[in-house]
Design a binder for this molecule. Sequence first.
Ligand code: HEM
Ligand code: HEM
Length: 146
Amino acid sequence: MVFHPHRRHALRPWLRWSLHALLLALVVTGGLWLSIHFLAWPALARPEMEGLPSPWEAPLMKLHGAAMLAMVFLVGRLSGTHVLLGWRLRKRVGDGVALLALIAALALSGYALYYWVPEGWRDALGLAHGAAGVLMALVFVFHRRR
Ligand code: HEM
Ligand code: HEM
C-alpha cells in the first residue's frame, strides 16, 4: 500500500465502532464504580456487609480492565496509521496529542491503582483517574468532530 499523506484518513468502520464502544464501556463501568464506592448506594448495601466495599465493585473493575486492555491495544493499532497520517497532514494534532497524553496518564494511574498505591492515596488517585477519564472522553468527542 502506498502511504500517501493525502489519502482519505477516516478510520475503518470496525475500528471506529470498537473505539466508541470501548470508551462507553470504560466511562460506564468507571462512573458506576465511583458512584457506588463514594455514595455507597443504600439499595445495594446488605446489613452484614456494613463497612465493606460493595460486592458490585469487583465485577465492575473486571469489565473495566477488559475494556481497558482492548482500548490500549487499539490505540497501538492506530499509532502507525491514523496518528502518523494526521501528524503529517498537521491536522488535529493538538487535541490528538492531548488524547494520547490522557490515555497514557490513565494507563499509568490505573496501573498504580492496581499494583502499588499507598492506602492513604487510594481515594485521591481514584478520583483523579476518574476525572482524567471523563476529560479524555470529552476530548475524544471534540476530536472526532466533523
Ligand atoms: C497525534 C494524534 C492524532 C492526530 C494527529 C489525529 C488526527 C485526526 C484527524 C486529522 C482526524 C479527522 C480526519 C478524519 O476524519 O479522518 C481525526 C479523526 C478521528 N480521530 Fe484522530 N488523531 C490523533 C489521535 C487519535 C486517537 C489517539 C484516537 C482514539 C483514541 C483518535 C480517534 C479519532 C476518531 C474516532 C476520529 C473520527 C474520524 C472517523 O470516525 O473516521 N485519534 N483524527
Ligand atoms: C484507556 C483508558 C483507561 C485505562 C487504561 C484505565 C485503567 C484502569 C485500571 C488499570 C484500573 C485499576 C483497576 C482496579 O483497581 O481493579 C482502573 C480503575 C478505575 N478507572 Fe480506569 N482506565 C481507563 C479509563 C477510565 C475512564 C474513561 C474512566 C471514567 C470515569 C475510568 C474510571 C476508573 C475508576 C473510577 C476506577 C476505580 C478507581 C479506584 O480503584 O480507586 N477509567 N482504570
